[in-house]
Design a protein around this ligand. Structure first.
Ligand code: PLP
Length: 378
């Protein structure tokens, strides 16, 4: 059996080596290191793939969130509602911009923003909601958009873990996750579903004037060189990364299908288990399984960490995304993080564990992983 990895980037590289090496060498030979042709080519290709009017590439997924929030003219102290159960980048950027992060509860099944908790958190100071499509499962966007419209709020979808995901409206129409809110953001961190070979990110929107503003902000606030109209930042997609992303985008759908197949295998093995709760697949979306995260539905203290140690002994990597929720991070002491009462978030952070998930997992590996997990919990 091949060694099991949490994420296997090497196998695909070996398969695509010729194509990727040629694209990278082409960038070196043209020396168009900054804003070379592949950057616009990738923005256009991603725009077509997502069915969105504008894609603005940038340096990483954290910058994408920052640029999105900067473009919305939010003022210091304005409240931005986010889940606490997310990667730190989502909430960190809110505080960085001197806005106030307001943490809300997540749904126990989807791990995503809970609509009731969201409604209760809205105050006259609320300006934006940042739903995070965690692990590849879309948020309930139709409900979130309805709440946002009722209260005139911006919606920034953090799509870093769900690029390629579909959202199905009740009327039968489909949209890609990240293209539903005011702005969508994503990360092309190597381990993401669509990863570069370094840092990269992008912002999407269907709003023409916002697109113009986002483009300016990512480029020192200028649209004409050396004329800086607004305060911006320097956040570019590297040409080498764009050349690699152009190739990897072509394989995104096939890779998502391979992830879903691995998820089906896990699901079948864990079906009706008294302790293992397999990831919930909401019928309003297509899960793209950035992670395969199970919940150990047990109150036995330390069970999750014991499983993790047992797997590691058996040469099976696993990860805890995320062991400490946002509202319990020291970073947010100034925002009274600990005053939040988020029992579902706390419950989940003590019980989630992510198993190896990538398009290269084979049946033998999946069999070994599932058997080992089941053996431990016997
Ligand atoms: C990865 C990630 C980010 C940040 O992306 P970087 O490219 O690492 O800056 C933001 N939000 C979520 C949910 C992520 O998973």
């Amino acid at each position: 059996m091949r060694a099991i990895q949490m994420v296997d980037l090497k196998t695909e590289y070996q398969r695509l080596k010729k194509e990727i090496d040629a694209a990278v060498i082409d960038v070196f030979e043209t020396t168009a290191f900054i804003n070379g042709k592949p950057v616009q080519q990738f923005a256009d290709a991603l725009k077509n793939y997502l069915g969105v009017k504008h894609v603005i590439p940038c340096a990483n997924g954290t910058d994408a969130l920052q640029i999105a929030m900067m473009a919305l003219n939010l003022q210091p102290g304005d409240e931005v509602i986010t889940p606490s159960f997310t990667y730190i980048a989502t909430t960190e950027v809110v505080a960085l911009l001197r806005l106030k992060p307001v943490f809300v509860e997540v749904d126990k099944r989807t791990f995503n923003i809970d609509a009731d908790s969201l409604r209760k958190a809205i105050t006259p100071k609320t300006k934006a909601i940042v739903p995070v499509h965690l692990y590849g499962q879309s948020c309930d966007m139709e409900t979130i958009m309805q709440i946002a419209n009722e209260h005139n709020l911006f919606v920034i979808e953090d799509n870093a873990q769900s690029i390629g995901g579909d959202y199905y409206y009740k009327d039968g129409t489909t949209k890609k996750t990240g293209t539903i809110g005011t702005i969508g953001t994503t990360s092309f961190y190597p381990a993401k579903n669509l990863g570069a070979y370094g840092d990269a990110g992008a912002v999407f929107t269907n709003d023409d004037s916002l697109a113009q503003k986002l483009t300016m902000i990512a480029n020192h606030g200028q649209s004409k060189r050396y004329y800086h109209d607004v305060v911006g930042c320097n956040s570019r997609l590297d040409t080498v990364q764009a050349a690699i992303l152009n190739i990897r985008l072509k394989y995104l759908d096939a890779n998502i299908e391979a992830r879903r197949k691995a998820a089906d295998f896990y699901d079948a093995a864990f079906k009706n288990h008294p302790i293992i709760k397999a990831p919930f697949r909401a019928d309003y979306s297509k899960h793209v399984f950035h992670q395969y995260t199970i919940v150990l539905d047990s109150d036995k203290k330390g069970l999750r960490d014991e499983l993790s140690a047992y797997l590691s002994e058996k040469k099976i990597p696993s990860m805890i995304y995320y062991p400490v929720p946002g509202h319990r991070q020291k970073m947010f002491d100034a925002f009274n993080g600990l005053q939040y009462d988020l029992p579902v978030t706390d419950w989940l952070t003590e019980r989630v564990i992510s198993l190896p998930m990538h398009p290269e997992l084979d049946q033998q590996q999946l069999n070994y992983i599932t058997q080992t997990v089941l053996d431990f919990l016997k």
